[in-house]
Design a binder for this molecule. Structure first.
Ligand SMILES: [Zn+2]
Length: 188
């Protein structure tokens, strides 16, 4: 699969019966691995249990549906938070931002905004981690590149600079050496 990270929003209706979830209703969230990307499905607990399927889920877990909050319009433009930065970077799909994306995800997990739901070692190296947003239930799939502690520290400094506005996204230096992206041997 080419996409190493992504965001998948929670569905508001069951994938089997198409009925809308009600607030606090127990549900099962499922990630299915497709050729191009993950597909997310949300189910009533019983609909998931009784569905006849010829495929195996990549990940699944139980949770409770939360009705989305009423959207407040005309919110003033705010500075990036770790979460908005993570969302923007994930959409960019820039391999040079891979380490930043991962460190942002750890920061949000430590801040109890994201919950890790699954972790799968990847053939190409690294671990694909599945995070769920505690409030919105969005799923973030993020590649954990297995950074060393000192590398994490360097990336964290970069993240802090990006959040404080001293580094702009367009000019941010790539964290990973370009040689690594091209598959060249990395000096150890
Ligand atoms: Zn259902």
């Amino acid at each position: 699969m080419s996409q190493e990270w992504n965001i998948r929003s929670r569905g508001h209706a069951c994938s089997v019966c198409a009925q809308h979830f009600t607030d606090k209703q127990p549900c099962v969230s499922v990630l299915r691995e497709m050729p191009e990307a993950f597909e997310r499905r949300d189910y009533h607990t019983l609909c998931w249990r009784d569905e006849k399927r010829d495929w195996r889920p990549y990940s699944f877990w139980e949770g409770a549906y939360e009705a989305p909050p009423v959207v407040v319009k005309d919110e003033p433009v705010k500075k990036d938070t770790a979460e908005t930065l993570l969302r923007r970077l994930i959409l960019l799909e820039d391999p040079a931002m891979r380490n930043v994306v991962y460190v942002l995800a750890i920061m949000l997990e430590r801040g109890k905004q994201l919950v890790e739901r699954d972790a799968k070692p990847q053939e190409g190296g690294g671990i694909l981690r599945v995070y769920e947003h505690k409030k919105t239930a969005d799923i973030f799939t993020v590649l954990d590149p297995r950074l060393r502690m000192d590398e994490i520290g360097t990336v964290q400094q970069q993240v802090v600079a990006m959040l404080s506005g001293t580094t702009h996204l367009q000019t941010a230096a790539p964290v990973a050496p370009s040689a690594r992206e091209a598959g060249a041997p990395v000096p150890s």
